[in-house]
Design a protein around this ligand. Sequence first.
Ligand code: NAP
Length: 255
Amino acid sequence: MARRASGPIWVTGASSGIGRALALKLARQGRVVAASARSLHDLAGLADDARLVGGVVRVYPLDVADRGAVAATARQIVADLGPIECAVFAAGTHLPVEIDGFDADIFRRLVEVNFMGVVHGLEAVLPAMIAARAGHIAIVSSVAGYRGLPTAAAYGATKAALINMAEALKLDCDRAGIKLQLIDPGFVRTPLTDKNPFPMPFLIEADLAADRIIAGLVSRRFEITFPKRFTWQVKLLRMLPYPLYFWLVRKATGR
Ligand SMILES: NC(=O)c1ccc[n+]([C@@H]2O[C@H](COP(=O)([O-])OP(=O)(O)OC[C@H]3O[C@@H](n4cnc5c(N)ncnc54)[C@H](OP(=O)(O)O)[C@@H]3O)[C@@H](O)[C@H]2O)c1
């Protein structure tokens, strides 16, 4: 990953939660961070905090659902800071789905932000990385993409799409000399999960999530998932037959 002498790390979703904690830690470690999200105010706060610890965070506000804005931002980062060495696509949001009041707009919004937002980022960084035969991309999905969970019909679908897409791209990225990784966190305390009305097992703090991500980014693992004591249990759920799976989910959620 980039230190000040080399290329920048672009973190989307950097104004809050996991992306913010990650950007701040990377900056504290001497990495040059290009931070994106919609809220300029929150990004400016991050840049101030980075300065206090001797780090450099440059802010690039954008809406990841806007394809042109994502492409223009990538070009601006390269112009300001040099070729993007690593891109961590963490921007995402959650909206619950109930069958009463089922609304296609919720799905459209989450697909635009969580899924197309990453696709826009890939489109923006891949050509230069392919040309350089170098680069590093990490896509933030979720264990919610492993299997369908109540109220997560839209969120989980976008995260499952990201997992599938990353798997599909992995070997071609390898051949192109680009390191592609998938980040699948369990529950992390952030403004996103603060809205959850249910108990979240093995909830961890965003700071610890950022530590786990940084350790994963320097590893050769394709998937970075944490906390392991929770995410391995969710992985096991993937193997269960439907009757047993639904029985367990009903028991756990009271649905
Ligand atoms: N927290 C968890 O338990 C958990 C678990 C698994 C995966 N994740 C994933 O981790 C990522 C970060 O989530 P978080 O928990 O840290 O949530 P968060 O605190 O709500 O942060 C979400 C970030 O995404 C940005 N964002 C949202 N919509 C955007 C848009 N249209 N364009 C650009 N940026 C946008 C937000 O900034 P603005 O609002 O300023 O745009 C914010 O910086 C998400 O992809 C989430 O799905 C979280």
